[in-house]
Design a protein around this ligand. Structure first.
Ligand SMILES: [Ca+2]
Length: 242
């Protein structure tokens, strides 16, 4: 079973990196808005260089807020009112309302199980909008986080959802109901499994087909051989008689 984890797979070097990409969508257009890739990664400049963030071309630390952040340490990092859990990803929208987006692009056709949790990690947290959007088209989940430490989770059924190859699923954090970007730092845990095909069925069916094919061929060959021998015997018999 193929598995991906936003935090375990987090790349400090590449964007996109395998199935994951980090970027943004424009204000008011979290569903169909064009996805813009963040261009560069920077360490926090004021004594917390274990925290890094991917930023767009117009942005850096403490300018627009818009980023996908990562705690490179395995333990909690306290940064003012914010507590970053170890080796975790946090997302923050922009001062102008742009959305922070983590995009998962499916590597192949299949049934995918999505398991996501979003949580406020800033002590002064107010309202934050969280969304999961399929293929720039369909809202799978939309929820408001309200107040410090609020946490909400989304999970598909164990059968997952059927998705074609190369279709995006966007995990999005926006300014939310207060229409303000202050204190919107939001932990994002996203785990995705690709289910295998139905248990063993095609392999068993294939084996039965192969064995049957060999058996039928052997029987046909045997019948043909007997037919040839009978013909030869008949011819021989005829010649003897004459
Ligand atoms: Ca807000």
């Amino acid at each position: 079973m193929a598995k991906w984890s936003l935090s375990s797979d987090f790349s400090l070097i590449r964007n996109p990196s395998s199935v994951w990409s980090y970027g943004s969508k424009p204000t008011g257009h979290h569903v169909a808005g064009i996805f813009s890739l963040f261009t560069h990664l920077e360490q926090e400049p004021n004594g917390h260089d274990e925290i890094v963030g991917w930023f767009g071309i117009d942005n850096s630390w403490y300018i627009h807020g818009l980023s996908v952040y990562y705690n490179t340490k395995p333990t909690n990092v306290i940064m003012g009112p914010i507590t970053f859990p170890g080796n975790s990803v946090a997302m923050h929208p922009a001062d102008d309302g742009r959305f922070s987006v983590v995009r998962f692009t499916t590597p192949k056709d299949g049934n995918y199980v999505l398991d996501a949790t979003f949580a406020h990690i800033d002590k002064c947290a107010l309202n934050t909008g969280v969304y999961i959007i399929y293929n720039n088209l369909m809202t799978l989940w939309e929820i408001d986080l309200a107040g410090p430490e609020d946490s909400k989770s989304f999970k598909t059924t164990d059968k997952g959802i059927s998705i074609k190859a190369n279709e995006p699923i966007d995990f999005i954090v926006g300014v939310g109901l207060d229409n303000n970007y202050v204190c919107d730092m939001t932990l994002a845990r996203v785990d995705i499994h690709l289910l295998e095909d139905q248990p063993g069925f095609p392999i068993i069916a294939g084996s039965i087909g192969f064995v049957l094919g060999i058996s039928i061929s052997a029987i046909l060959f045997y019948i043909y051989k007997r037919y040839r021998e009978n013909r030869r015997n008949a011819n021989v018999g005829y010649q003897v008689i004459n």
